[in-house]
Write a protein that binds this ligand. Structure first.
Ligand code: ADP
Ligand code: MG
Ligand code: MG
Ligand code: K
Length: 342
């Protein structure tokens, strides 16, 4: 069987996708699979690369070059006995667009379907759904570019009327902390809103809280399993893009040292949220935990970071599922879902 590794992508998280893909390529069971590389450029062009029969030694194998990659049309990836593994983060990859395309092409694919991908990517939509099923979240205000352009003072009133500083301002559709800033004053709020609006026409302003960050791994289609929680232990106050991917200013504590009842609560919320969003395949569910043990669900990431040092695979390793077996399980979940739909 062939695995079609779709990576790169038209998003700010292009480079992270390449890192995750390289890690994964070390772990496929090449006795059973061959891996076809398909690189999506930042401009959204598709290039077919080499067919791998063993793990590549260098990440350069994944980088575009004229000798080993040829431009293809999207429909060219269709073939029998293949499963698509979209290792794409953020808009145009993790947000239901690629998933919808693969549905249309009738190809089995790893990860959440159209609905959960789209809802998980959209922070406003996620909040609406979580609210509906009674999962605690930090207070927030949803805003549009139109509102901001019409009357900035009204927007300030809306935010300051229901939230106190610090506030966190985020584009509705993004990840990896891109476009997110913390605002301690009205001036900073203005700048933060302007920044977030560069990435999306819908944004969210949230109550900033001082909290630990814990994460739960979720895996499965109809039968949903969760991991113990892991904690992102931060040396920095704001877990931003730089600290996550460049400076490595974080360590992972697995399992998180939190009270047993909080642990159970988080697992239950993660499972319920996953089901409410129609999850299948996998997701990583992220929480805030305050010093007086208030637990807030922050977000679900439907294609979480997947290097060997990333939280999601490490959480499953703690549960006894090795990195290679986790990938195998994801492929089987993709095939099962596809079979059920036929
Ligand atoms: P992304 O999808 O980009 O990861 P998050 O909502 O997870 O977006 O925000 C990124 C990081 O910003 C979080 O991991 C956390 O460190 C910080 N953060 C986000 N929202 C808040 C908040 N309301 N209060 C405190 N810190 C926050
Ligand atoms: Mg996210
Ligand atoms: Mg996050
Ligand atoms: K998300």
């Amino acid at each position: 069987m062939k695995i079609i590794a779709l990576y790169g992508g038209k998003s700010a998280e292009h480079d992270i996708s390449i890192l995750s893909t390289f890690s994964m390529l070390q772990a496929f069971y090449y006795d059973y699979y061959q891996v076809q590389l398909v690189h999506i450029t930042k401009e959204g062009k598709w290039f077919r690369g080499p067919l791998l029969t063993q793990a590549p030694e260098a990440i350069e194998t994944l980088h575009l070059n004229n000798e080993t990659f040829e431009e293809i049309k999207i429909g060219d990836i269709v073939e029998e006995n293949a499963v698509v593994f979209p290792i794409l983060h953020g808009p145009n990859g993790e947000d239901g667009t690629i998933q919808g395309m693969l549905e249309t092409l009738n190809m089995p694919y790893v990860g959440t379907g159209v609905l959960s991908s789209a809802c998980g990517m959209d922070k406003i939509m996620t909040k609406h759904i979580l609210q509906q099923i009674g999962i605690p979240q930090v207070p927030y205000v949803a805003l549009s570019k139109v509102e901001w352009l019409a009357d900035q003072e009204k927007v300030f009133e809306k935010c300051e009327g229901s939230l106190i500083y610090p506030m966190f301002v985020k584009p509705a559709n993004l990840g990896s902390s891109v476009g997110i800033s913390k605002a301690d004053t009205k001036e900073e709020l203005q700048a933060a809103i302007e920044t977030a609006l560069k990435y999306d026409r819908r944004i969210v302003v949230e109550q900033g809280i001082d909290a630990r960050e814990i994460e739960i791994g979720v895996l499965g289609n109809d039968e949903v399993r969760t991991t113990l929680a892991g904690e992102i232990v931060k040396d920095v106050a704001f877990y931003d893009y730089e600290s996550k991917y460049i400076d490595n200013q974080v360590t992972l504590q697995i399992p998180a040292e939190i009270p047993a009842e909080i642990h159970e609560q988080a697992r239950e919320y993660a499972k319920n949220a996953y089901i409410a969003l129609d999850g299948s395949g996998l997701s990583r569910c992220d929480f805030f935990l305050t010093s007086n043990n208030e637990l807030y669900l922050n977000e679900l990431n439907t294609m979480p970071g997947f290097t060997q040092f990333s939280m999601y695979p490490l959480l499953w390793q703690e549960m006894g599922l090795k990195y290679g077996d986790l990938i195998e399980e994801l492929i089987q979940l993709a095939l099962n879902r596809h079979k059920e739909k036929q």
